[in-house]
Design a protein around this ligand. Structure first.
Ligand code: HEC
Length: 268
């Protein structure tokens, strides 16, 4: 049969390629078990992702572009004291005092100005409630405490990103290595689709992780983060379902059974 020209899309089977139907049952059990747990992990990862990010823009039901921008680059809405003084706390003090505190916070909340102008105002207007005795209210007693509520929301800081990056890069490489090893036994033609589905997740991973840092500099990179994540998920699903299907449901591909007949391999 080997002299018959192959159809255009058909690439001959590699000597070292084995279809699932040529592997021992024990290997199939291992592959299936690994895929089941990896599938579960992926679902939990999605839940976690959703839970962590979806509420940032005020709507917990959807994970959007704004959620990601706020998570990585900050809300751009200023500090907690600023939003408190423009919002729920605005009735606690005269307007001029409020805007003096806001502009002090925006300029970096320095200590000398605090001691001379800010502390007296805070003590007079805010201490009845914010002296630290109520654990549910922000403690505004003293410079160090008040400094905390003047910090601008600039999103996840770089060190947090570095920490999450290395966990992601190590962890997800293993996930797709295992996934690709299993999927490597699938019969897929044209064969370039198989190469693409196996290789793309690693490219996406690198782009995804780098894009977090870029979002800080240029917000629209959040689209890159989202696309890379979605593409990775798509590859994962493609490999998962193709592998499971070919292991347990699909028939042995013709190319494989013909080769087996040629060299007396056992199929089963
Ligand atoms: C009558 C009591 C009272 C006074 C006086 C008061 N606050 Fe508050 N403050 C609250 C309560 C209650 C909350 C929590 C309300 C909420 O979360 O909506 C709060 C919340 C805050 C928060 C936290 C917002 C956040 O992001 O969690 C800040 C900051 C704040 N107040 C600043 C001030 C400042 C500055 C003053 C003085 C100008 C002041 N408050 C005066 C009762 C008070």
């Amino acid at each position: 049969m080997s002299d018959v020209p192959l159809p255009r899309n058909e690439v001959p089977l590699h000597r070292l390629y084995n279809h699932y139907s040529e592997l021992p049952g024990s290997v199939l059990v291992l592959y299936t078990a690994a895929l089941c747990i990896l599938g579960m992990s992926y679902l939990f990862a999605m839940l976690y992702l959703f839970h962590t990010y979806s509420g940032r823009d005020g709507n917990v039901m959807t994970l959007t572009y704004d959620d990601l921008v706020i998570a990585y680059a900050g809300s751009g809405k200023g500090s907690r004291i600023e939003s408190a003084l423009r919002g729920p706390m605005s009735s606690m003090l005269p307007k001029e005092e409020a805007s003096a505190i806001v502009s002090w916070a925006q300029k970096g909340a320095d200590r000398p100005t605090y001691e001379t102008f800010i502390r007296p105002a805070i003590e007079k207007r805010c201490m009845t409630c914010h002296d630290g005795s109520n654990p549910h209210l922000a403690n505004l007693d003293g410079y160090d405490n008040i400094k905390k509520v003047t910090e601008q929301d600039t999103g996840a800081d770089v060190f947090t990103l570095v920490r999450v990056s290395h966990i992601h890069l190590f962890g997800i490489t293993f996930v797709f290595f295992v996934m690709g090893t299993v999927f490597g036994h699938a019969y897929v033609r044209p064969v370039w689709i198989k190469y693409l589905v196996m290789g793309l997740p690693f490219v996406c991973l690198a782009i995804d992780v780098s894009s977090w840092y870029m979002v800080k500099i240029y917000h629209p990179f959040a689209w890159v983060t989202m696309s890379a994540g979605a593409l990775m998920g798509l590859c994962f699903a493609t490999m998962w379902f193709t592998s499971m299907y070919q292991m347990w449901i699909g028939r042995t591909p013709k190319m494989v059974s013909e080769r087996a007949a040629d060299d007396n391999r056992v199929i089963g």
